[in-house]
Design a protein around this ligand. Structure first.
Ligand code: ADP
Ligand code: AMP
Length: 220
């Protein structure tokens, strides 16, 4: 098992970039946010536990998150390569992920820190639209669909995430500053942190990361 982590504030473009990396490599995209939204939609117990935190833009308790992540890894095979998006978000989750990696003889290759200025984050979150059917992500100005409100990929309707409302966005950015930024130091000390400028067009950021992941030496 190998893993990379996309670390960045809400709106940094983690999910968007993950789709590009997925298309160019064999990394499996694991977004805890997507998994939680699916659990809420399906009315599963994990979703019921997570819902009120998500609505406020607060972090879901570490125990709930580790339950879904470990369940996903148990389903996979020992040669799987994971790309975590939105996980870990606390030092405790990072410590527990280290334990999971040891237990599965796994290796954390890189943590890509997606740097984006705060005013750009707010604009990206305010304009984000998501397909109700397939989850594809758009932006009303930056990455618009061909027909407004309709998904290019599957024709499904686009909607605005409830937690992309203005007040919840500001809280989520605060939560990132207070609870998730500490991970930057955690991974810098481990020597796996790579800074990436994610304020530019997505293709450029994706290409930069993919080039680092295609080094043959990583395949050990
Ligand atoms: P995250 O997963 O980090 O919260 P998303 O991938 O959902 O972020 O992106 C947030 C918003 O910004 C979306 O509306 C997306 O279309 C848009 N976006 C993502 N990457 C870029 C980029 N490089 N340039 C402009 N807009 C972007
Ligand atoms: P995201 O889709 O990554 O923006 O996540 C949406 C929401 O899901 C967050 O605001 C949190 O409430 C919750 N969430 C997702 N991933 C995690 C995580 N690793 N730890 C705690 N909460 C999370």
């Amino acid at each position: 098992m190998q893993a990379i982590i996309l670390l960045g504030a809400p709106g940094a473009g983690k999910g968007t970039i993950a789709e590009g990396i997925k298309a160019a490599t064999d990394f499996i995209h694991v977004s805890t946010g997507d998994m939680l939204r699916a659990a809420v939609k399906a009315g599963r117990p994990v979703g019921l536990e997570a819902k009120s935190y998500m609505e406020k833009g607060e972090l879901v308790p570490d125990g709930v998150i580790m339950k879904i992540v470990t369940a996903r890894i148990e389903e996979g095979s020992p040669t799987d390569r994971y790309m975590f998006d939105g996980f870990p978000r606390t030092t405790e989750q990072a410590r527990l992920l280290d334990e999971v990696l040891v237990a599965h003889n796994g290796k954390l290759l890189y943590v890509f820190l997606l740097d984006v200025a705060r005013d750009i984050l707010v604009d990206r979150l305010a304009g984000r639209r998501v397909c109700k059917n397939c989850g594809a992500v758009y932006h009303i100005r930056n990455i618009p669909p061909k027909v407004a409100g309709v998904c290019d990929a599957c024709g499904g309707p686009l909607y605005q995430r409830a937690d992309d409302s203005e007040t919840t966005v500001l809280n989520r950015l605060d939560v990132f500053q207070k609870q998730t930024r500490t991970l930057i130091d955690y991974y810098r000390k481990k020597g796996v942190l790579k800074h990436v400028d994610a304020g530019k067009p997505k293709e450029e950021t994706q290409a930069e990361i993919v080039a680092m992941l295609q080094k043959p030496a990583l395949r050990k």
